[in-house]
Design a protein. Structure first.
Length: 513
């Protein structure tokens, strides 16, 4: 028997007993595959095929790791999916060994630069924007009105300012503001205001009666004697809607004048703070797009820059592979602590890890959270993990940092923004219009079928790896150079060209009153 032409099966590790179907039409029943075995039923693109007979209760292995156990006998050539896999137990957090010594330093990568906006605090922006922070959801309609008015009447006068954006959210009142968990949304809003793309010229709009006081959102600097960038809608000296609008417009114009003076200057790649994230993932994400991101992550770290990777629920089942990469036991313990915190958080809501992956992930070939996590952590590359951030905390050191966030796309993106990212890379296999106005978002497609269909929504097609056209290394360098170009403002990402920007979503594990 001869193997049917055009049938491509990707086996990541030699010990894997399943492979991923790579050809766009899937595998047809009766097709003959490697070692002269027959495909027993039609298997869609991205789904798994058994490469050997797998008995009841035997391990199903992908990425060289156990992703589950067979519910029943799965014959060679059979379709392996969520219906015939038993979810294994998660790694025991108490038994994961901590690193015994500091990790060796990575080989430096020198000479790479981008053109960014330097700030007084030493951070560097990749955009030059006026940010309007809100202290309570009640004013969101007003701030959006203001943003539209500024764009129409003021922004044309200041050509060096890229945009104006309202950092609207659903927090601020009707919540237990003093609950222990309230520190997460409050710290997030505070740190969002300090994102390097806002150039330290933030404007705050509050209502006046909210629990979350507008003045508490500004991290006052030493020597500041007066707060001049807060507008309260309930200010009794203002009469009528146009009076309210006029007050904010005057405050905005003062800040736009200062922002307009900012100029791009050449900065070393060490000033990059890149958030790595995935959403709408498929089985190719861990084979193509995420390894490309991981390669670029290592390049950024070698260049002295900073990378954030996140998504606790998509790390939890692979955390045993990450703890040994932490630079010392203290960082390893901090990583374990974030896993424990989230385990308890899910338990309080009677939820468990089986709620992830999504129906779309499963249609893309991801059978369970273990398989998804093993593909997700590849975004972190191979660099040592130097720090762990709690949700909403600001980045503290250069290198690879785990910033604890939920896996929800916009909650994760919002928290990475608060941590100080100035560039964002987002991988997808199923497709999503995800975009943030505050930072450029580079979208990487995991398969060429999606990338070609969404030719004007995807910035980089990593599916070329699955077809053998390019290597992970080639595409990793391509992504690295693209990051530098986008950070410099010489190339626009698809979501910025199209104006596809979603709202921020705060993570609020505290009670609503």
């Amino acid at each position: 028997m001869k193997e049917s032409k055009g049938n491509i099966i990707i086996q990541v590790a030699e010990i894997d007993n399943v492979g991923v179907v790579a050809n766009s039409s899937g595998l047809q029943e009766g097709s003959i595959i490697r070692n002269n075995f027959r495909v027993l039923q039609r298997i869609p693109m991205g789904h798994k095929i058994a490469l050997q007979n797998i008995g009841v209760g035997e391990k199903i292995i992908r990425y060289g790791q156990t992703i589950g156990y067979a519910k029943g006998t799965i014959p060679v050539g059979g379709w392996v999916n969520e219906t015939n896999i038993i979810l294994p137990d998660p790694p025991d957090l108490e038994s994961i060994p901590f690193p015994e010594s500091d990790k060796p330093e990575t080989m430096p990568l020198e000479g790479y630069t981008f053109w960014g906006y330097r700030n007084k605090d030493g951070s560097v922006g990749t955009k030059n924007m006026l940010g309007i922070v809100t202290s309570v959801q009640c004013v969101a309609g007003f701030t959006q009105f203001i943003v539209n008015r500024i764009k129409k009447d003021l922004l044309p006068k200041f050509p060096n300012v890229d945009d104006v954006v309202a950092l609207n959210h659903t927090y601020g009142c009707g919540v237990a503001i003093n609950a222990p968990a309230a520190i997460i949304p409050i710290k997030t809003i505070q740190n969002l205001a300090t994102n390097p793309n806002f150039g330290d010229e933030i404007l705050v709009v509050g209502l006046g009666c909210e629990k979350l006081r507008p003045e508490s959102l500004l991290l006052q600097k030493e020597g500041d004697s007066e707060i001049t960038n807060i507008m309260y809608m309930q200010d009794e000296s203002l009469s009528g809607f146009e009076s309210l609008v006029g007050q904010v417009m005057k405050m905005a114009e003062t800040r736009l004048e200062k922002l307009n003076l900012r100029k791009r200057e050449e900065c070393p790649a060490s000033e990059l703070v890149v958030g790595m994230q995935c959403g709408g993932s498929d089985a190719f994400s861990g084979i193509t797009a995420n390894p490309v991101v991981g390669f670029a992550t290592d390049l950024i770290v070698r260049a002295g820059g900073s990378v954030l990777f996140s998504e606790v629920t998509e790390v939890r089942d692979a955390v045993h592979l990450l703890v040994p990469r932490t630079i010392n036991p203290e960082v390893g313990k901090a990583l374990i602590a974030e896993m424990k915190w989230y385990d308890d958080y899910l338990a309080r809501g009677d939820a468990d890890r089986s709620a992830n992956p999504t129906p779309g992930n499963k249609r893309g070939g991801l059978s369970n959270i273990v398989e998804k996590a093993l593909g997700s952590i590849v975004k972190s590359g191979t660099s040592p993990i130097v720090d762990v951030l709690k949700p909403g905390e600001k980045i503290r050191t250069k290198g690879l940092t785990f910033a604890a966030t939920p896996a929800s796309d916009f909650v994760c993106g919002t928290l990475q923004l608060a941590s100080g990212m100035n560039m964002h890379v987002f991988t997808t296999g199923r497709g999503t219009p995800y975009g943030l106005s505050m930072v450029p978002v580079i979208k990487v497609g995991s398969n060429s079928t999606l990338s070609k269909r969404w030719f004007d929504l995807i910035d980089l097609d990593a599916g070329q790896i699955a077809s053998g056209e390019k290597t992970i290394e080639e595409m990793g360098w391509e992504l690295f150079h693209l990051i530098l170009e986008v950070a410099s403002g010489t190339k626009k990402v698809a979501c910025d060209k199209l104006g596809l920007h979603n709202d921020l979503v705060l993570f609020n594990p505290g009670p609503v009153t």
